[in-house]
Design a binder for this molecule. Structure first.
Ligand code: HEC
Length: 187
């Protein structure tokens, strides 16, 4: 009987151990898959979308433009997320709902981009595919960092930069009070 119990216990431990290994393995497989998907998305952006934006849109929708047309910047992911005068330019995963795709499709006479020279079908398909992928875009940095100003006068007032002085302790009124009170000038 004893023998039987201990072997049950052993089987149980083996089962728990195996389940542990299995879940670790599954977890790492799924994270590797996500990472690979991310990499593929960024690669797609770098090889197809970035050059397209630079060549066909930056003239009017980036920091290089004299005026940012339609209030829309396409030189950072924050730019198209925030969008232009009429809201976000892209709804990730939804090409049909994305103003950017509608614009390059030249279907709406009021919004046909680029204005003078339509994209080729192949270029439009690249935009559509990219948006469908969730519009992966690594250009997350859009920081306007001003020059850091250091105020030396304020800095010099920090206690450890002040000259050593010999401050007078407050006068003691009650010599029986605890020393801490006397130091704080309370008695
Ligand atoms: C020569 C300048 C020019 C170029 C190049 C250009 N655009 Fe525009 N874009 C404009 C102007 C001007 C507007 C403002 C709306 C209008 O007058 O049609 C605009 C507006 C937009 C809008 C709507 C913004 C909003 O919220 O109202 C989108 C989307 C857009 N452009 C996408 C693009 C894309 C994508 C490209 C590149 C494939 C591109 N544009 C290239 C001039 C340009």
């Amino acid at each position: 009987m004893n023998q039987h119990n201990s072997s049950d216990g052993h089987n149980m431990k083996v089962a728990v151990f195996c389940r542990g290994i299995l879940s670790v393995a599954l977890f790492s497989t799924s994270t590797t898959m996500i990472a690979a998907e991310d990499r593929a998305g960024i690669e797609f952006f770098e090889s197809h979308i970035r050059p397209l934006l630079v060549r066909r849109c930056f003239e009017c929708h980036s920091s290089k433009a004299k005026t940012i047309e339609g209030g829309l910047r396409l030189d950072s992911s924050a730019g198209w997320r925030r969008g232009g005068d009429s809201g976000p330019a892209i709804v990730p995963g939804k090409p049909a709902e994305s103003r950017l795709l509608k614009a390059v499709l030249y279907q709406d006479p009021n919004l046909a981009m680029p204005p003078d020279n339509a994209l080729s079908k192949r270029e439009i398909d690249l935009f559509r595919k990219w948006i469908k992928m969730g519009a992966p875009d690594p250009r997350t940095v859009e920081q306007k960092v001003g020059p850091r100003v250091i105020d030396f006068e304020i800095g010099r007032q920090f206690w450890s930069f002040r000259a050593i002085a010999d401050p007078k302790p407050p006068p003691v009124k009650n010599t029986n009070s605890p020393p801490s009170n006397r130091l704080q000038g309370r008695s």
